[in-house]
Design a protein around this ligand. Sequence first.
Ligand code: MEV
Length: 307
Amino acid sequence: MTLAPLQSGRQARGRAFGKVILTGEHAVVHGHAALAAPLKSAWVDATVDTIDGDLLVETTQSSIETHGVAAVARAALNAFGREGKGLRVYIESNIPPRAGLGSSAATALATVRAVAAACSERLSEKQLLELADVGEQIAHGRASGVDTAASQADGVIHFLVGTPPVPVPLASPFWLIVGDSGIPRNTRQAVRAVTEQPESRRLEAFSQIDRATAQMEASLQSGQLSRAGQALDLAHCALEYLGLNTPPLERMRRAARNAGALGAKLTGAGLGGCIIALAASENEALRIQESLLETGAANTFVERLAP
Ligand code: MEV
């Protein structure tokens, strides 16, 4: 789609990053802890300019849900007492949507920032998160808020619904390699599918996820990266037990492990989307990335996380 250029000189901008969940997806919706980090090589830019008329949302990515963006922009305008202000919101992104990399959270955050700038409003952290949450509830059905918190973080965070995210201090750098199966998943459906599982099965899986999260956090703090890798594998088995794994995800996971990853798991809602793998050096990370591409990954990202 070709878009007319925005009018120069009257634009306001906002940027936000994608995210990866290391451990704790789904469990976090039910009050358990999760570990997550920003994916700074994956971003969304929102540009807003003032127009005559109503609210207009345009994007280069046809799969971005423009009604969610419009709902977030409207909520922001209402919060600033500017209901009915004519705005054109233009979204650009390199985050594959519906891949579990926080595209909806990053889109909402970038939109709120750009609308605030267009209205010359200063946003508190609390206001930013509350407004972005309007989009997250539409995208996830029941959103924990982990995606918005991770997108905003400087590094790995320990996240629990209702409490401020706590940064996890790292003892040594490590690399996360993301492989996108290219098969879009629906977070709403996956969250519902887990919620509808028999309680005993869910609790069993969540208790294994809690063990994986605790092992991961301790290992990152002490620099025991092979134990951190084992924690990813442990978390993956619990997500598989909940029915969230798929053959393409499993193929990528095995390819990553065969290429030397210390551990690998599906990340995000599952039933499509992405895997993450852990490596202790850049060379290993690049080798794993290559093997994911050979296995048919539609997109890959390599992220270095360091103390
Ligand atoms: C999605 O990135 C993570 C889920 O746990 C949903 C949520 O926390 O809102 C599946």
